[in-house]
Design a protein. Sequence first.
Length: 348
Amino acid sequence: MHVPKRRGAVAVFVVVTLVALFGFTALTIDVGYLYNVRAELQNTADAAALAGAQLLPDEAAARETAREYANRNNASVVNDADVVLGNWSWTATAFTPNGTPVNAVHVLGQRSTQNGNPVQLFFAPLLGVSNANVSASATAAYGRAKRWDVVIVQDVTGSFADEIDEARAADQGLLDCIRENAPDTYLGLVTFTGYGWLNSGLKNVEDNYSALSSSIGSIKKCGSSGMPPCSGTNIGAGIDKAMPLLPESDRPRAMIIVSDGMPQSSLPGYSDDDLADWAIASANQAHAEGISIFTLFYSGNDGREGADEFLAGLIRGDGTSHETPDPAEMATELAEICREGMTLMLVE
């Protein structure tokens, strides 16, 4: 009889089948585990990129925050070199590492042999594979804002003379931020001392970038060619000069007042209190017309008690108040105002 041979063949078939089933089972379990690990890494990279990008334009803080956030629950999955700052171009839909202006954070999360933390597998070691490398990446950037109409109302009084270069650079930075993120915006420029002065009417940023940049570049201290005469500080006059540039529109409208202090009069018949009342009344009128007001107070010159509260008290509508004692930080504050109209989002 040949039954024993048949039984032997069946036994071999059963063993082979069991080995195959075990292999498939091991593969299924380990592949599923690797899928879960990668999903966890992706969530980590997403959260880290968003957390870091929120700190821009402070690049050092953005890097540190992204690393700390990533490694809080997943130790050592993100190293220093895994956090890259750069520029996300909405036109090209591409990230340029170390590109400028910096508006995005790219984070790579990895569990790998190189990192010293590869994913240890459960059953695959029986088949000669003990671990695997898994990675995930994310880029977070500020999304394009809705277009708006905005006028910079720049103080050029005598007390601001020593910081006028930093103020001009900050205004230029605001223009660049708008061009990058909301190029359909219309921008105008007004300067003021005791008098309001029109430097540029409302122009489309995308189509008139060079002209607007030239207007900002021509900002100088009071009494210079193309600037108002030195005659105290009358914020109300600046607001009044800006309001006609912002007629009713289907776009949000705003003005950004950059000043180094409270109203101070050298106008005949007007006291400091008169000019303070003027500024408040003008701000109220702007608000009544649907115009928001943002303020940036450079506090390095005016140490009078209540100066910060007065400037902050001029905000209207969706506006916010900003303050810095460091002239070099004015650019950072204006960039923050630019980003307030934007949405932080994952782009890749």
